[in-house]
Design a protein around this ligand. Sequence first.
Ligand code: ZN
Length: 242
Amino acid sequence: MKTAIISDIHANLEALQTALTFIKSQKVNRIICLGDIVGYGPRPNECADIVREVCKTCLLGNHDEAAVGGASIEHFNDYAREAMLWTREQLRDDTTAYLKDLPLLIDDSPGVAFVHSTPVAPQEWNYILNSFEAQMQLDNAENQLKLVFLGHSHIPIVFSYNHGPIMGRKMQLDLDNDRYIVNVGSVGQPRDGDPRASFVIWDETENTIEYHRLDYDIFGTYQEIMKAGLPRFLADRLLMGQ
Ligand code: ZN
């Protein structure tokens, strides 16, 4: 059983299409999206259409929630707020209806969960940025979670309960003795200094997770951002992966 897990697409159609073309070649059994389909980027409806079609499940992200008016954008930075006001104008009614229906968290097989932000109080949109926070989440989450896939920070990293942060392209999981929080990174707006699209393929049979990083047509997205009249900063940051 192989699952591709994508997150934080942020209306970046070029990045999403590149990721999905690769994922198709990997013969996965299902694709799960961890949310933030929209926000920042220039192609919100198109990205939502594709996610709807190809993903078995999609979770709600804070930008998706804000786009459908479910959350205040006062705490968004200036660029995010400007892009969100633009996004709200662009969304078709059926896209809005789709985003409104997305769940905050889903339990998968026993001990496994998918969520955009955190397994504890996902609607608060907190971040998990270090091992201490990861341990706290695993200690306080319901259902004795052993493996949580999430996004939100746009930083690809695995936190092992026993060993702290682990970096690497492919990792063997030891679910009998350890517990993990896996941040899959961002397809459409990576912020770890690497501008390539990031996502994960989880192989349940082998008990492995593998990160994939793919170059995509960043300049195509760059031009669309400028054409849409969105802030140039949002285009520039894609080039830097920040
Ligand atoms: Zn995001």
